[in-house]
Design a protein around this ligand. Sequence first.
Ligand code: CAO
Length: 423
Amino acid sequence: MQALKGIKVLDFTHVQSGPTCTQLLAWLGADVIKVERPGVGDATRGQLRDVPNADSLYFTMLNHNKRSLTLDSKNAKGKEVLEKLVKSCDILVENFAPGALDRMGLTWERIQELNPRMIYASVKGFGPGPYEECKVYENVAQCAGGSASTTGFLDGPPTVTGAQIGDSGTGLHLAFGILAALYQRTHSGKGQRVLAAMQDGVLNLCRVKLRDQQRLAHGPLREYSQFGQGIPFGEATPRAGNDSGGGQPGKILKCKGWETDPNAYTYFITQAAVWEKVCDLIGEPDWKTDPGYATPPARLDKLDAIFDRIEQWTMTKTKFEVMNLCNPLDIPVGPILSMKEIAEDMSLRETGTVVEVDHPERGKYLTVGMPVKLSDSPAEVKRSPLLGEHNEEILAEVLGYSAEDIEAIRASGAIGAMKQAAE
Ligand code: CAO
């Protein structure tokens, strides 16, 4: 039995942010009904295609465990079906451009009339304010949420990160809000609106950089490399390269093979508690007692030189040897793992974090499974639906339409053709 068994989700999401959220709900056991435009579907079905005529990995990797219903929400019959869906679902999730759902006739007021228990959850680019009408994609959110200005190197431009903190990060925030609303409904009997703005989600993940912004008023940020390099601070939190974001200095260092392998690097943290072990390991035992090195404050102005010396040591080892030597000493290090290494890592397969899925159009592919593991609610990853694959099933089983009703809906043009898997 899964945590959200019996919960029905009207999934009006597309692209990445919203689908991330509803995929998580599906993995928790909710019945997620993805409503897509007939003949078109979620735009990502056809984006970045690697196999001709097959749903893209962009789509398949964000829409597991869902059912697909094609429905023209602007067709009169389609509107009727949509309202029935609103009445029979617990949660509506959408990430259309601002106002799109209102223009379909589904205002919050109308939704409450139809189903006062409905939890109506939205991802938008910005919260209420000057930018609330804007359409927003991942990198816009990374820039407007403070991430880009604090990512990259001091002497380079603002940089976006590969982690999809704007889209997937906001989907995750939204899922957490939905679950809280669902719990509150058990007491109040009422639904509510849940909004996750991408700018807010990114900023939440950049909390430590707003911390540093305020610390700047009280002096330089002594743990930033720039302090040791004697470079003055400006008015805003600077880009800090690969400096650690916390109080323990860290850096990315070369390992054996770096000349040819772009990922032969390790993250190395000179945690104060294990400083003496670091000194022994790299062959600098005198640094344990030398007053210029023995305490964290004494080391702050020579971090570059210290990391250069540690790097001389890491360059004699592979990133995995560094890990194997440092772990028993409690020295925190992290090998820079490539996506190829992650894809081939059997321990991630065993935990279900990386999963191989079979798909009727594209064959086998890898995906990231449920990232959170619940002991009483295991998540089994099932392939994404083909466009409109579950039209009849949903109309009949969920909404109770008869065969004649379904024929009339089809004749009205409200649902379009459905694709059936030849499995
Ligand atoms: N039947 C009929 N019409 C449908 C439909 C259906 N089943 N599903 C969607 N549509 C219509 C919408 O009603 C809307 O029409 P109107 O503008 O005429 O009202 C239209 O399709 C397009 O919706 P959209 O504006 O949301 O799509 P877009 O491609 O122009 O914009 C995006 C995409 C992502 C920029 C925008 O949706 C957005 O800003 N969303 C919020 C923020 C967000 O989630 N961004 C991250 C996306 S992941 O990178």
